[in-house]
Structures are given as structure tokens and as C-alpha cells.
Ligand binder design. Structure first.
Ligand SMILES: Cc1ncc(COP(=O)(O)O)c(C=O)c1O
Length: 374
């Protein structure tokens, strides 16, 4: 009989935000809006779609395993040496490669509680222990992370802005942190939401640092609108990037992803509209949540973390919204059991979502108050 290693038996498959198609199969709803996976509500850039169409007749060919054109486009856009860049099937894939290439059995990965679930899932896949430091006021606590470095720490994972809290650490804090991290520990700086935060003068733009023990990951799944295609990249020193090329699946990312990425990276007008829409939608949301008295964590990304009185309330709000055709994310699995995360949408989607949340929230609040009164 085949024997499955104990750590694989104990794994739980990644639970992504609920799919629109899935909810449509389950319920007979007129309209469904999904604001649960921090996707771009504008859809993909039309330039990316055009590039995909042009590339389709070449699908019989294997892809360029070095993503030459995409790497050149990234190098040009961010002023980074091409040899310091590697592309993969999204940040998720790159995180797996980073853990694969730089950790061994018994090495530990140090990170925060209440951060991107992908790091927990990828670490467990390799049987690596994750040490989690509590958040401080819903933000990543860099000084506390430093204090928790041990002989076994091999890697530190930080998301900036953080998902699901939307908080950001500034460059002074970050540089003070890096100055104290021993250089045998690799720091992963996950900048999935950089587009939404980089206008802030305090934002430490990771790709512009040259630490020998840091690798920065970026994705085209969020602001660039290509979540379904799977493409992201990592920027780091030669030694790190060379090691990642050794563990990467050779033909990843696929041809369409590589071509679409080049077009999307150069579509400045699309990115501008994305940022503007995000601001508009978040403004509408913040005003409504404030009016309803829902606690919200100040965000630097394209989503807001809402804090419910407890886990049951959050679960009920999530379910109540689902019943009416709105998909948001209950972030219990990220380590925030009373948290609901909602991302920005089009103006129409935002109006639809806020209307549903208002109805569900007020109903639940009344019920809750009745229970509290006993
Ligand atoms: C912080 C962070 N990193 C990475 C990802 C995943 O990126 P990708 O789609 O490139 O795997 C997400 C998606 O939710 C995220 O929030």
C-alpha cells in the first residue's frame, strides 16, 4: 500500500474565495457580485487581450523558459537588471519555489499572524514549520518579528501592504528592520498590492533595494487584472534568482501569460483607471461603513478589512451576503476570525454590495442586541 507522509495527510487544500460560477450553481440568484479575491473590477487590460489573441496560433510551441520579453519589460519598467528577475505562475508559485530552494527540514519560516494565507499553505506543503508573530493594531509588528528570530529561522515573510489587513509599514521601519536581520536569513517581501500603495512617500519600494538576503515578489493578478492567467515575478540578487531558476518548472509561465504581461505592464492608461476606480470605490465603502458603525482597518490596498463583534457574527454576515448574491471573504483562515474582507469594485458593484451589507448587517445587529439583552 502506498504511504502518504504524515505532513501531507495533515494538509488542507487551499480555500480560495468562492467562485461566481459556484454560487450560481448553488443558488438561483439574478445577480452575483464577487468582491472577495482582490481582483481588478475593470477586467483585464484590452491590450493584454489583444496580445493573447496574437499569440494563440503559436500555442503548439513550448514557451520561452526564461520569459525573455517579459523579463525585459519588467527590467525597463522598474529599472532592475534582467538577471535579477524571474517570472513564475504567480506569487503563489514563486513562494513555493523560494521555500523549495532555500529551506531544509527543520528550518523555520518566521512571519506574522493575519497575513497572506499562501505562505502558510506553501510552508506546510514542504513540511516546514511556520512561526507566527501576533499583529499589532492589525499591522505587521516588525520589532516583534526581530525578537522572534531563532537559530532555526531560515526565512522571514512580509507582505506590504499586508493581506488581509491592508496595512503598510514605511521605509524607515523597514530599513531599521533589515539592518538587524542576520544575513543568512532570506527575507521575502511580497508586494502584491504595490500599485495601490506606491504613491505614498513612505512606501518602501522593494525592487529598489539591493539587499543580498532579500527577494521581492510581485504579481500581475491584482492591479494588472490577470489573476486567471497566472503570472508574477521575483526580484533578487543573482544567487537567489539563479537558485530559483533551478527549481522552477521549465515552461512556466505559459506563452499567453508572458505575452499578456508585457502588454499589461505597458498599459499605463489602464493602470491609472484602476487606481482611480479603487479610490472611488473605497471612498464609497468607507463612508457607508462609518455610517453603519462597522469597524474598519485603514487600508493602503484595494480592499478593506471589516471587524465584526465576533467570529459567529462574521460568519453570519458572510453567509447573509452570499444568500443575496454578494461574495466577500471571511478571513478566519488567515487568522482573523471576526474579519470580513471586501475589495473595491466598479461603482455599480460597490452600490450593490453596500446595499446588501447594510441590510444584512443591520438585521444581524438587531438580532445580536436582542441576544445580548437576553
Ligand atoms: C499578499 C499576496 N501575495 C500573493 C497573492 C497571490 O498572488 P498570485 O495570484 O500571483 O499567486 C495574493 C493574493 O491574494 C496576496 O494577497
Amino acid at each position: 500500500m502506498i504511504k502518504i507522509p504524515e505532513f501531507v495527510k495533515n494538509l488542507k487544500p487551499y480555500q480560495a474565495g468562492k467562485l461566481i460560477e459556484e454560487l450560481a450553481r448553488e443558488k438561483n440568484l439574478k445577480r452575483i457580485v464577487k468582491l472577495a479575491s482582490n481582483e481588478n473590477p475593470l477586467g483585464p487590460s484590452l491590450k493584454a487581450l489583444e496580445a493573447i489573441k496574437e499569440a494563440l496560433p503559436r500555442l503548439n510551441r513550448y514557451t520561452d523558459s526564461t520569459s525573455y520579453e517579459t523579463v525585459q519589460a519588467i527590467a525597463l519598467k522598474y529599472n532592475v537588471q534582467p538577471q535579477h528577475i524571474i517570472c513564475g505562475h504567480g506569487t503563489d508559485s514563486l513562494l513555493a519555489y523560494i521555500i523549495n530552494a532555500f529551506t531544509m527540514e527543520n528550518d523555520e519560516i518566521l512571519t506574522s499572524e493575519g497575513t497572506f494565507i499562501g505562505i502558510y499553505v506553501n510552508a506546510r506543503k514542504f513540511g516546514r514549520k511556520v512561526v507566527k508573530v501576533p499583529l499589532k493594531d492589525y499591522a505587521i509588528d516588525l520589532p516583534k518579528i526581530l525578537k522572534n528570530i531563532s537559530d532555526k529561522t531560515k526565512m522571514i515573510y512580509l507582505a506590504n501592504p499586508n493581506n488581509p489587513t491592508g496595512t503598510m509599514f514605511g521605509y524607515r521601519e523597514f530599513e531599521a528592520f533589515m539592518a538587524k536581520v542576520p544575513d543568512h536569513i532570506l527575507v521575502i517581501l511580497d508586494e502584491a498590492y504595490t500599485t495601490y500603495a506606491s504613491a505614498n512617500p513612505d512606501y518602501p519600494n522593494g525592487v529598489h533595494y539591493e539587499y543580498e538576503n532579500m527577494v521581492v515578489t510581485r504579481t500581475l493578478s491584482k492591479a494588472y487584472g490577470l489573476g486567471g492567467l497566472r503570472i508574477g515575478f521575483a526580484v533578487g540578487p543573482d544567487e537567489v534568482i539563479n537558485a530559483l531558476y533551478k527549481v522552477k518548472l521549465p515552461f512556466e509561465p505559459n506563452l499567453l501569460a508572458q505575452k499578456a504581461a508585457v502588454a499589461a505592464l505597458n498599459d499605463d492608461e489602464f493602470l491609472k483607471r484602476t487606481i482611480e476606480l479603487n479610490q472611488t470605490s473605497l471612498k464609497m465603502m468607507k463612508a457607508k461603513f462609518e455610517q453603519l458603525g462597522i469597524k474598519q482597518v485603514p487600508t493602503m490596498a484595494n480592499f478593506i478589512l471589516l471587524l465584526m463583534p465576533d467570529e459567529q457574527f462574521a460568519q453570519n454576515l458572510y453567509q447573509g451576503c452570499l444568500n443575496k448574491g454578494l461574495i466577500v471573504r471571511h478571513v478566519k483562515s488567515f487568522g482573523i476570525p471576526n474579519g470580513i474582507r471586501i475589495n473595491s469594485g466598479t461603482v455599480e458593484e460597490t452600490e450593490f454590495a453596500l446595499d446588501i451589507i447594510e441590510k444584512v448587517y443591520l438585521k444581524l445587529k438587531n438580532k445580536y442586541q436582542l441576544i445580548l439583552k437576553g
